[in-house]
Design a protein around this ligand. Sequence first.
Ligand code: CMC
Length: 434
Amino acid sequence: MSGSEVTGSVNLEDKSGEPLSLPLISGTVGPDVIDVRKLYGATGHFTYDPGFTSTASCDSAITYIDGDQGVLMHRGYKIEELASKSDFMEVCFLLLKGELPTAEEKAKFTHDITYHTMLHEQLTQFFKGFRRDAHPMSIMVGVVGALSAFYHDSTDINDPKQRMIASYRLIAKMPTIAAMAYKYSVGQPFIYPDNELSYAENFLHMTFSVPAEKYKLSPTVARAMDRIFILHADHEQNASTSTVRLAGSSGANPFACIAAGIACLWGPAHGGANEAVLTMLEEIGSVDRVQEFIAKAKDKNDPFRLMGFGHRVYKNYDPRAKVMQETCYEVLEELGIKDEPMLKLAMELERIALEDEYFIEKKLFPNVDFYSGIILKALGFPTSMFTVLFALARTVGWVAQWNEMMEDPGQKIGRPRQLYTGPGERPFVPVEKR
Ligand code: CMC
């Protein structure tokens, strides 16, 4: 707390001095919540919880996390099962609509998404307005926000049909936009989507094909890409999802809300961590320097943190990190990359950190970003594209959460309160007297 101090403790009483009892609300699984909505009216106090460490901001039936046990489920299905038995299109359907699709529903959904993959041709001009060395995430924020200027027929947020069209468009067009951001940065021509291909294959094709040479798709690589998308699809009320919800709570259009989510995801404490992990591994350079960096991470006077370690909710191994590690081995083997030094380094870093008292005591485990960078590097993506891939995959989570909020009849504009620590009222002093 800055500029504020603890001045006492409070036994909750209403304004007439009667003990105040607050309602407890139970969900299906997970901790009950204390409903404080009437607290201010009854007591004249607000709750104080910067960073939302003890605050549930909404009801949601999409994703459940048990951070102590290291469990992640979407609509009741465990992430490990979805990653091994399902595919990204099914997971998108599940997140958006609540149930796994039937074969018929899956075919129709995949078809509908596939046929929205092209961009309005004029949108390609947007890319050209950026400097060649622009970070692709800055391009993503700009171009996705600009979609609202191109698809007027899907910006009426009060029309459920338009909301669903906007959702499909966002899921479908994100790989095309991401691939174009990459192509622009390397000075290659844009490659258009190929509707014969699956979602993941299409993205790889648009990213790595050139007009002179078609990219040879490897089923293992496409499967790994698809799995990486599944692992990033949704993660309940994380910072970027909460940003999307907060932006949407004012009635903003979906494309603008997702652009806000992308902006939030970019930070190194969130989606930017996958890029930061690889930068960190490169900086460490060799196994014999691991201890030095562990010591830096533990040093209170050093701002350095072990990137890809720690999580607000997981106080156990992030279940996504386990699947990511397995996928990493598969990909490196398929690509014939033996003894990848980054992988060796990452494994040694993980081993030492997991045995270290500091990391044990603070329950800091590898998170989803720890291994993803190594796979993405092996697939040929530059580090600057890592967070873009996260944004691409998280788009379905963002739109599912946004739709859930828009369908909630009790939805209100998000408007937190504050603990004011500035000056009290004081007289205005004219400029010549200051
Ligand atoms: N390295 C060293 N110390 C750490 C780390 C780390 N990676 N993470 C947390 N700590 C320490 C921190 O210094 C604090 O110590 P103390 O209690 O002595 O002050 C304690 O652990 C708790 O950390 P916190 O910052 O209060 O926890 P938080 O829940 O606010 O932060 C986090 C969570 C993910 C931002 C943080 O763990 C972190 O910065 N990790 C590195 C970045 C990263 O990998 N982010 C990806 C998160 S997963 C994917 C996603 O969300 O996009």
